[in-house]
Design a protein around this ligand. Sequence first.
Ligand code: ASP
Ligand code: MG
Length: 462
Amino acid sequence: MRVVMKFGGVSVKDGKNILHCANLVKRYAKDNEIVVVVSAMAGVTDALQNAAYKCCYERSLGFIKLFIAELANRHYEAVDFAVKNKSIKSKVLATIDNLIDELEKVLTGISYLGELTKRSEDYILSFGERLLAPIFSASLLSLGVDSVALTGGDAGIITDNNFGRARPLPESYQIIKNRLEPLISIKRTVPVVTGFIGATENGVITTLGRGGSDLTATLIASAIDADEVWLWKEVDGVMTTDPKIVPEAKVIPELSYQEAMELSHFGAKILHPKALEPVMAKKIPVRIKNTFNPDAKGTVIKEETQSTEDIVKAISLIERAGIINVSGAGFDFAEIMAEVFRRLAIARVHVIMVAQSSSELNLSIVVDKSDLDKAMKALSGLNNGTVRISKKDNIAIVSAVGAGMAGTPGVAGRIFSALGREGINVIMISQSCSEYNVSFAVSKEEGRRAVKVIHDEFGLGK
Ligand code: ASP
Ligand code: MG
């Protein structure tokens, strides 16, 4: 089998975990062709981002020394634990030192300049994965598994220059194939590729957006026609809802691509929302597996799932959202809406869902809470006598997803009567045409309770 395996940040958070993951790879590499994709150690990307801002705005050189020392130590310790062979160890330490040196210079430069562009931010964020891949690869080598560490750019992931959310260019597929296939099928080596990062045609480092390692994995899988993608995480699979909200939540054995995409769009932390695009056309299944319980089946995301009795399969929650209301009378609805969405697109506001009420000219647009002010600002010019723009903060979005909903009448009715019975006030409703999901807004305070009520109503914990 040909498998792309991606290890998330918690799976590789320290030397002990890295060694454990490398042993897992060793176990599968005997009989399979494997490409490994790694995230940065848990928390490192966030720390790099904080450091970048701090250097730019506070310009404290003392801070850089401390930050660099801590980051270097964390990685040295990992090497110590994960790489037992002496000569392999000294080689990887030299690589780490070079990277750490480079990062220190970049941060120092940022603090002198007091300027942080999107391009330099991507460069700084890339260090998490660039430090990790050589360590993982060295750990494999020291276990006797032939391996080579590559950056996303080395592996052939060429992107546009939309820093912070770069899109891979179509020619990447062929380049990735040309570079990786000889390694896995002829050299029988295990490439360890940095997740999350790519490079422009000129070799400038870009990132694919936070959580982008999933996308790296699926992109590579599609390019090399892998049989499966395995996303190793610290949970047993995709759950019916967040077990922190509903302790009875259960693992879902199978999801369709469509269901998984709806869930990710509506806040479930399954995988990067764009990650399924590259594998869907080729029908490559994506498995979510638990690093710390590797023999558990996990969840498989694929084209068709076996029909189940479940109407609603999972419930997701976005706790930080806001609503923009566009209302008024005496204007051309389509014209105003075109203008509204044009402005939101230019301001790069992430729109979560929309609903239109038919009784009057009113459109409600749900956005990320962090985008709410930006959205209001972008639309402020439209606020005149005829068009009114207003906002509502502290909103939660609950979304019930399941392909079985399409063929079952009365699902929405059941959802809303259950909420009514519990006295939960629904602010806005949106039922997508796919009929795979019913989503609605409640106040932030009632979000978790609403999830519980629906989870119970459809017996998902049983
Ligand atoms: N390290 C990156 C992040 O934290 C990418 C990833 O983990 O997928 O967003
Ligand atoms: Mg991460």
